[in-house]
Design a protein around this ligand. Structure first.
Ligand code: CAA
Length: 697
């Protein structure tokens, strides 16, 4: 018998227990064990088979680490068919999460029981594939076509109660999966319950599949797996037989398995987990954080305070005046009202979070007991240093002192205190209670346990925390500044901002750089340009149209006009601002540029090559430790489409040599901006990929 599946006989029941920690993934040994177990149960004359998992869960799915490698028999679809075809009564008892192939094993069983806390779903589309072991054929037979389409195209996990309601499981019982499973199976045997194969049930009812396909494709912004899954469900309804439906599902599954998108999404899955695993933190204990201070109650400070409150921390927020205190409280209450409306918190929780959990004060003395404080005041070194001097005077020894600066030197801020070892950067992205990214910026003297505390806080706030070294803009904003420049250069040379935005959203970003500028406020970037102007290298090309727009008082959505005009107010959809073309033409004339047309593919290529090149510099300089760190910053802070895995995974998939060749070609016109990253040149010379660096190769 395989070690991954234990076999036991309890009277007439053969019990198959999965023991493949941590999540009982259906790797080769587990599949073999299940197959052998069913065969043995039949041979030994058992009357029923009970399948359950040891530890924290029933099967959480196929073993994702096997994807992309040559598959080994027994394959999961065959195993599921074999389970379903057994003449014995097969029962699955579920706890934890029954996901993907896990739920498919359960659907191949004849009866399903679950504990109340069990969760289940078919999340395959989020990995770039579709349920390939009968899930798209069996789920609609049990839950109906519409419910199955919703679950399969979104990958949503549902609770046991909803599963019972939808007819996916037969019973909910509290207790240990082995015990509830045995009792239920015995009951079924005692009642001479029939063997009940889902595959033998009638085909589900039809829907307008073409309409669902189109709607799903549109919603997924370029990701193919959800729409492809619609066609697989369609086969459950339309195929001549259950077997023919399975075959169609398999063909579509294989198509997706071979796609770049599958590679990108699997990369994202593992990178999201690897990003917080830093070798330097092994064995380092974070400091306890139960009370957190926030300095400044503007949009950012209030967002950080909201995130902390929602994570169960006590928050002390400091503002400068009584009016500012009231405004900050109002912002936090507004954020929490949003959480209340969306059902994330109850009215009682709302009262508690805005009541005893939150203190807003003007006196730094209120910070005496906080364990960690995040400063989110105006981006000015003098102001920040003054705040840190005060924090040094008022915070207890051992308190972590964090700055939310987006580009200032954290070492210089730390030097304003007598305890630079306790100082760190915690760079949130606005709105801080919504955006998942947290850059944890390590200063020269930051102590390891302070870094560990930054990561522990990130986890507590349910953020994706990424380690960053110090440079202007840290990982994310530095890279963003570069690809935005590339976008401005193509516009200066003849493309339109609207072409750029269209191409970039076509790639899968939720927004292009110009509509993003309008949303963030063009004045913010204008200020940064002015700050950088005195130290700008004279070789740098400088588009002027952006400034010209700002000089006219058009700052984007908040003034009703920027690259777009917002006739329906700041939240409405914008239409191109006709003045922009005039400003660009003026800029071109002043700089002696003859505009030329750029094909969409070249616009995108320049944008992406600029992103990859700067990202390679960020990794090469050690600002980001690994390529995957950059990938996660771009995914969770900048809307990079998850199905490409991140800019450096995308680069690997394109081939680094072709990217370097294009960068060199662009450098012929502008060798200052398009200087190739030394790391990129090195990788191409060595025939390696960014992923090789992730793996430590
Ligand atoms: N295969 C391999 N490893 C897996 C895995 C899987 N399906 N699911 C989780 N793991 C690993 C994680 O990588 C992690 O490993 P490390 O500790 O080494 O980092 C460990 O198990 C624990 O996972 P989490 O940190 O994510 O733990 P969690 O408690 O936060 O979440 C979970 C548990 C809900 C199961 C979550 O891991 C998850 O969503 N897993 C993926 C589930 C999934 O997508 N299943 C479908 C697979 S595709 C399929 O089944 C298709 C098919 O038909 C062939």
């Amino acid at each position: 018998m395989s070690e991954a599946i234990a076999y036991e006989r309890v009277g007439d029941i053969a019990v198959l227990k999965a023991q493949n920690p941590p999540v009982n993934a259906l790797g080769l040994d587990v599949r073999k064990g299940l197959l052998d177990g069913i065969g043995r149960a039949e041979k030994e004359g058992a009357k029923a088979v009970l399948i359950y998992g040891e530890g924290r869960t029933y099967f959480a799915g196929a073993d994702i680490r096997e994807f992309g490698k040559p598959p080994q028999e027994p394959y999961l679809p065959g195993l599921c068919s074999r389970i379903e075809a057994s003449p014995l009564i097969v029962v699955s008892a579920m706890h934890g999460t029954a996901l993907g192939g896990g739920l498919e094993v359960a659907l191949s069983s004849h009866y399903r029981i679950a504990v109340p806390s069990a969760r289940m779903g078919l999340p395959e589309v989020n990995l770039g594939i579709l349920p390939g072991a009968g899930g798209t054929q069996r789920l609609p037979r049990l839950a109906g076509t519409e419910a199955a389409l919703e679950m399969i195209t979104t990958g949503r996990h549902i609770g046991a109660a909803e599963a019972l309601d939808k007819g996916i499981i037969d019973r909910i019982e509290d207790g240990e999966p082995r015990e509830i499973g045995l009792t239920y199976t015995q009951e079924l045997l005692d009642a001479a319950a029939p063997r009940r194969a889902v595959g033998e049930m009638a085909a589900p009812e039809p829907v307008d599949f073409d309409a669902v396909y189109e709607a799903t494709l549109k919603k997924a912004r370029g990701q193919l797996s959800p729409a492809t899954a619609v066609r697989a469900v369609q086969a459950a309804v339309e195929a001549e037989s259950f077997e023919a439906g399975l075959k169609r599902e398999r063909a579509l599954f294989t198509e997706l398995m071979e796609s770049d998108q599958r590679q990108g999404l699997i990369h994202a899955f593992f990178a999201e987990r690897a990003v917080s695993k830093l070798p330097e933190l092994e064995g380092v204990e974070p400091r306890d954080v139960s009370a957190m201070g926030v300095i400044g109650g503007g949009t950012m400070g209030a967002g950080i305070a909201t995130a902390a409150l929602l994570a169960g921390l006590h928050v002390v927020l400091i503002e400068m005046s009584n009016e500012a205190v009231a405004a900050a409280r109002g912002r936090i209450e507004g954020n929490l009202q949003g959480a209340l409306k969306r059902g994330k918190i109850s009215q009682a929780q709302y009262e508690q979070l805005t009541g005893e959990a939150l203190t807003v004060a003007t006196d730094y003395a209120a910070l005496g007991q906080v364990d960690l404080v995040v400063e989110a005041v105006f981006e000015d070194m003098g102001v920040k240093r003054e705040v840190f001097g005060k924090l040094d005077a008022h915070c207890k020894p051992g308190a972590v002192l964090a700055t939310n600066t987006s580009y200032l030197d954290v070492d210089e801020i730390a030097a304003a205190t007598s305890r630079p070892q306790d100082v760190i950067g915690l760079h949130f992205f606005s709105p801080a209670h919504v955006m998942k990214l947290l850059e944890v910026v390590v200063a020269e003297k930051t102590a390891p346990e302070v870094l560990a505390t930054g990561f522990a806080l990130g986890k507590r706030l349910r953020k994706v925390a990424v380690r960053s070294g110090i440079c202007d803009g840290f990982i994310g904003n530095r890279i963003m500044n570069t690809y935005r420049k590339a976008a401005e250069y193509v516009v200066l040379d003849g493309a339109s901002p609207y072409q750029v935005d269209k191409v970039v959203t076509g790639f899968g970003f939720p927004m292009g750089p110009f509509s993003m500028g309008d949303l963030a406020g063009l004045d913010i970037n204008w200020a940064a340009r002015k700050r950088r102007a005195p130290t700008r290298d004279p070789r740098e090309r400088v588009p002027r149209f952006y400034e010209m727009l700002c000089e006219g008082g058009d700052f984007g959505r908040k003034t009703g006009k920027g690259f777009y005009v917002y006739e329906d107010g700041p939240r409405g959809g914008g239409v191109p601002n006709p003045q922009v073309a005039e400003l660009i033409a003026k800029d071109q004339e002043q700089q002696g540029i003859t505009p030329r047309a750029f094909p969409d593919a070249e616009v995108l290529r320049r944008y992406m090559c600029a992103m990859v090149n700067e990202a390679a510099k960020v990794v090469g300089e050690g600002i980001a430790r690994r390529p995957l760190d950059v990938d996660m910053v771009m995914l969770f802070g900048f809307g990079f489409p998850r199905f490409w895995g991140g800019p450096l995974k995308w680069a690997d998939l394109q081939g680094l040599d072709s990217i370097l060749a294009d960068i060199r070609a662009y450098a012929v016109e502008d060798d200052f901006f398009w200087q190739p990253a030394p790391l990129l040149e090195q990788l191409v010379a060595d025939g390696k990929s960014f992923d090789d660096l992730n793996k430590g190769a």
